[in-house]
Design a protein around this ligand. Structure first.
Ligand code: BTN
Length: 250
């Protein structure tokens, strides 16, 4: 398929790939692609989500992976997924005219349903970050029906857009948000993220391995962790799934 550029980004398009993240990782590892290059696929046959889950990827939705090579300390790499979700949220709001919510850590919701997710991977060598692969999937035309959290597609909200056009809109927004983060740091991004956080200050239920914890979603801390206030303590959670409200026992 035809390759194209958008501003400083170079996009390689494919009809079908196993996973754009896996392929981008492979090419970046071989130094065949570098900062600002994107792998875009019409469909994926082995799309991957967080926590080793599958990301079902039929044609009609957006699937891409962007290579980034920021000169940052290793402990800041995770911040990029919040930078990206803030930019994606702004893009989706503009296009759909619907308000979005950020579900911790990196899901985008419209009307309490997941429309997009992020998978951030990286390669570290000798204490420095060689590259980051920012993988994004957006449900445009279809959604999975057996997901752990209820899903929706942009089409459910009356929006039709070609995946490559949604990508270009995202890149315009991401370029600004990424630069803002490089110049001014995470605090600004954190504030924007929190303004649209799903169930902030409310009771949530979190699945952590095989355990289910309930408490009040107090904050997103400066390390990207979720602060959960239970009856007797404040827990800082770094990897888990926030469950749907109707999955919380009253
Ligand atoms: C999640 O919410 O669990 C993250 C989903 C990330 C899916 C995208 S689609 C493009 C890129 N390639 C993959 O295999 N996964 C990411």
């Amino acid at each position: 398929m035809r390759n194209f550029t958008h501003k400083n980004f170079v996009i390689q398009q494919f009809e079908s790939l196993k996973s754009t993240n896996s392929y981008a990782f492979e090419l970046a590892n071989l130094r065949q692609i570098s900062h600002g290059e994107i792998i875009l696929a019409r469909q994926q046959t082995q799309g991957r989500g967080r926590q080793n889950r599958d990301w079902v990827s039929p044609a009609g939705n957006l699937y891409f992976s962007l290579v980034l090579q920021p000169k940052i300390e290793l402990q800041k790499i995770w911040q990029i997924s919040f930078v990206a979700i803030v930019a994606l949220g702004a893009t989706v709001e503009k296009i759909t005219k619907n308000l979005v919510q950020n579900k911790w850590p990196n899901d985008l919701l419209i009307e309490q349903k997941k429309v997009a997710g992020i998978l951030l991977e990286n390669k570290i060598f000798q204490e420095s970050c060689e590259f980051v692969i920012l993988g994004i999937g957006v449900n445009i035309a279809s959604k999975p029906d057996n997901a752990i959290f209820a899903a929706a597609s942009l089409q459910d909200f009356g929006v039709e857009i070609l995946p490559e056009n949604l990508l270009k809109n995202f890149l315009d927004e991401f370029e600004k948000t990424y630069q803002n983060w490089l110049d001014f740091g995470f605090e600004n991004i954190r504030k924007i993220w929190l303004k649209k956080a799903y169930r902030l200050g409310e009771k949530i239920s979190v699945k952590l391995d095989d355990k289910k914890l309930e408490g009040i979603f107090e904050d997103l801390d400066l390390e990207g962790k979720l602060s959960l206030k239970t009856n007797n303590e404040i827990l800082k959670i770094s990897t888990a799934d926030v469950l749907q409200v109707n999955q919380i026992q009253a």
